[in-house]
Ligand binder design. Structure first.
Ligand SMILES: [Zn+2]
Length: 334
């Protein structure tokens, strides 16, 4: 998607570019992935290297832009994750070899006076060893090198790394801007509104979810419906569902099912407290049985949040889902 079609990114770019060029060599670009964070950071790198940048970003026509779009720009390095190997269930990380190569790159001289840009994206995927490899070069950087560390969760970065970078925050789109992105991408307006509510107003998160697995949306609606009848809920069937479609699919389904579960629990809690739900239809939530004990519901909610936050939480994904869903049923069984 071009920068011109994400107006909040376009509006952010000139100020961000001016800041990065005016001082300091290391920047932490924070924001939400679903708001187009990676796209914004790449557009920023492009506009720094562009020979004739415009208000909305790189020109797309100069020699520098041509090299960049061909993936062969001599002054741009994208330090990113390698797809995980088949042996582990860990989330992909930025490997230390790649980090060391970036350090080498940073010590070479740039091919133009616009200098060099190293885009570390996502920086919250740096392994401890990789982050340590970058520390020294971030402390004593070459004059014409700029580091852009892109992180949705800056708190996950090594504090010593974080403290060496100044922060730029990507603003959120307005509701109208987010809706416009989705309708332009071909979603009907009613559907687009519903999906935005389910994805906390983040339009790129909606597009990612739609592009990656069409059946996720269908499964989500089925799963949320099933939670309202806990005694009928099949922990086994949903455990199997998580296991479908290879390792990448498993990671995505595992994250999805836990986030749906946590959404449902938060909404059920609102209804129990007499507050209208934010996203889900109120009928299903009202019809669902009373939990045995409200305190247990909250403790369970925290368990789900913890499972979601673990970096290698897809280890034994199926077993974890089955366990959580059996516990869920028990919450409602007298
Ligand atoms: Zn250009």
């Amino acid at each position: 998607m071009s920068p011109a079609s994400l107006p909040w990114v376009e509006a952010w770019l000139p100020g961000a570019r001016a800041q990065v060029l005016s001082r300091h060599h290391a920047w932490l670009i924070a924001g939400r992935r679903g708001d187009g964070l990676a796209h914004a950071a790449r557009a920023l790198a492009a506009s720094i290297l562009c020979e004739r940048p415009r208000a909305g970003g790189a020109c797309g026509e100069c020699e520098s832009c041509h090299w960049r779009t061909a993936g062969a720009h001599p002054d741009l390095l994208h330090l990113t994750v390698e797809a995980a190997d088949d042996e582990t269930f860990r989330l992909p990380t930025i490997k230390v070899d790649a980090a060391r190569a970036a350090v080498d790159f940073a010590t070479r001289s740039a091919s133009s006076e616009r200098g060099r840009v190293i885009l570390v994206e996502p920086a919250d995927a740096l392994s401890l060893e990789s982050a340590n490899a970058l520390l020294k070069v971030l402390e004593e950087p070459a004059a014409d090198t700029r580091w852009l560390l892109v992180a949705e969760r800056p708190a996950r970065l090594l504090p010593t790394l974080r403290s060496r970078a100044l922060r730029l925050v990507l603003p959120r789109p307005t509701a109208a801007q987010a809706l416009a992105v989705l309708t332009r991408a071909g979603l009907a307006e009613t559907r687009a509104r519903k999906e935005l509510r389910l994805h906390s107003g983040a339009p790129m998160a909606v597009l990612d979810a739609n592009a990656s697995e069409a059946d996720l949306t269908e499964a989500r609606d089925r799963f949320l419906g099933a939670l309202s009848e806990p005694r009928e809920l099949s922990a086994l069937a949903w455990g199997q569902w998580v296991d479908l479609g290879g390792k990448l699919g498993r990671r995505q389904r595992f994250g999805a099912i836990l986030s749906w579960l946590s959404l449902w629990l938060a909404e059920r809690q609102r209804v129990l407290a007499g507050v209208p739900p934010r996203v889900l239809a109120v009928e299903g939530l009202r019809q669902s049985p009373e939990p045995r004990e409200r305190g247990a519901l909250l403790r369970y909610y925290r368990d789900v949040q913890r499972a979601l936050a673990l970096p290698d939480s897809t280890l034994a994904a199926r077993v974890q889902v089955e366990r959580l869903l059996l516990e869920f049923r028990a919450l409602f069984t007298p």
